[in-house]
Design a protein around this ligand. Structure first.
Ligand SMILES: *Cc1c(COP(=O)(O)O)cnc(C)c1O
Length: 390
């Protein structure tokens, strides 16, 4: 009998989740009903942050976060190359320019040293970024306190891309608490920590930013009489104050998210247990294992190893193929964003961010998700060891 396929990531949908979605389908409001604010409140409470704005994706949330911070043509946004393209694309949607800061070779998050020296150079040239987007890679926070201090010194705003990281902690506080970032973004794509099918959220302590983002996700329209200009025609009146979008999350999705939030601590605990177990089972394998920052408790979206070509006699591509043949669907995170054809056309190219490029050359994300069993994990470890000649 062929053994079952093990994905690198997948959702965990319970009977209660299904019931919650069916409840909305049987209700009057499939969208713009009560489930969206209830889900927003659950996420805000989880993060100890006062405001949360749900969107139809994290990509949309990044876009309206940039807009709320007035990013526009002539402005500059910095992020890292070791991320999904959306962390950089949000600037391009606003007509702004993108530049990248290399990663730390161990944490694979933004390098503080590279950030400081690039800021000093940019300050001399009078071309400082308006926004920096640190990415909590694999679920582990960036050094946000230090980045916050640099933001004060050099005058930029922070959008924390925590698409991987809802449920993680930094200095004991939930990621998204807003202590160190102007806005924090989460993703609810099915491979992430909790899911709404597609969906995202922007979390902030700043009520003005929250109001602007809520308006921008719904065409830039307000029904608040205090914000309207001129005469109000009647109780039906709304006004479009800015050019916004339809980035709304449906109630169907929000009900799923709200139900998933009830198990977020379980999800994180299981992922953490599996990550600890990978650390133990692979300690002497010759693979480079993820390095932990002691200020952080990772949400463990990904468990990413550095492949060992010397020990196995196999290239990373060969290892990837052999694992897929064995039913272990590993993945690679991330192809450095600056090497994508679109960004090469903007002038970026190989050799510019050596740590991100060196990390990518060996990266493999091995299976990690809330329903991965210990027996499945053992199978992953034994297939890896087989390839490593162990
Ligand atoms: C998944 C992801 C996004 C985009 O999330 P969507 O909800 O799919 O739009 C953005 N940034 C990072 C780092 C991601 O992993």
């Amino acid at each position: 009998m062929p053994e079952s396929i093990i994905q690198y990531a997948r959702q965990d949908i319970s009977a209660a989740d299904i019931e919650a979605v069916v409840g909305v389908l049987n209700s009057d409001m499939l969208t713009q009903g009560p489930a969206v604010p209830a889900f927003e409140k659950a996420v805000a409470d989880h993060c100890s942050a006062p405001y949360a704005v749900a969107t139809n994706s994290a990509t949309s949330a990044l876009h309206i976060a940039c807009m709320a911070l007035d990013l526009g043509p002539g402005d500059l946004l910095w992020t890292v190359p070791n991320t999904f393209v959306a962390s950089a694309n949000c600037a391009r949607y606003c007509g702004a320019d993108v530049d990248f800061v290399d990663i730390h070779p161990h944490t694979r998050n933004i390098s503080l040293q590279a950030l400081r020296s690039k800021l000093e150079e940019a300050s001399r040239k009078g071309r400082l970024p308006k926004i920096v987007v640190p990415v909590a890679f694999a679920g582990q926070s960036c050094p946000m306190a230090e980045i916050g201090a640099l933001a004060d010194e050099f005058g930029f705003r922070i959008i924390e891309d925590a698409a991987h990281a809802i449920g993680g902690r930094y200095h004991g506080q939930p990621i998204g608490s807003g202590e160190w970032a102007d806005i924090t973004i989460f993703s609810f794509h099915p491979v992430k920590i909790i899911t709404t099918g597609e969906g995202g959220m922007a979390v902030t302590r700043n009520s003005q930013l929250a109001k602007r983002m809520a308006r921008l996700r719904s065409h830039g329209i307000t029904r608040d009489a205090d914000l309207m200009e001129g005469e109000i025609d009647g109780p039906w009146h709304y006004q479009m104050l800015d050019l916004g979008w339809n980035y709304r999350m449906t109630d169907i999705q929000a009900a799923l998210g709200l139900s998933q939030m009830q198990r977020i601590n379980e999800f994180i605990a299981h992922r953490t247990m599996l990550a600890d177990r990978y650390d133990t089972l692979l300690v002497d394998s010759g693979l480079t294992l993820p390095q932990r920052d002691l200020d952080c408790a990772s949400a463990w979206h990904l468990y990413t190893v550095g492949w060992n070509e010397e020990r196995s006699g196999l290239s990373r591509a060969e290892a990837y193929g052999r694992l897929h043949d064995a039913g272990i669907i590993v993945n690679v995170h991330y192809i450095p964003v600056h090497l994508q054809p679109y960004y090469r056309r903007l002038g970026f190219g190989p050799g510019q961010y050596p740590n991100a490029e060196a990390y990518y050359a060996r990266a493999l994300s091995i299976p990690l998700y809330a329903t991965l069993s210990l027996a499945q994990q053992d199978r992953v470890v034994s297939e890896l060891r087989k390839l490593l000649g162990q």
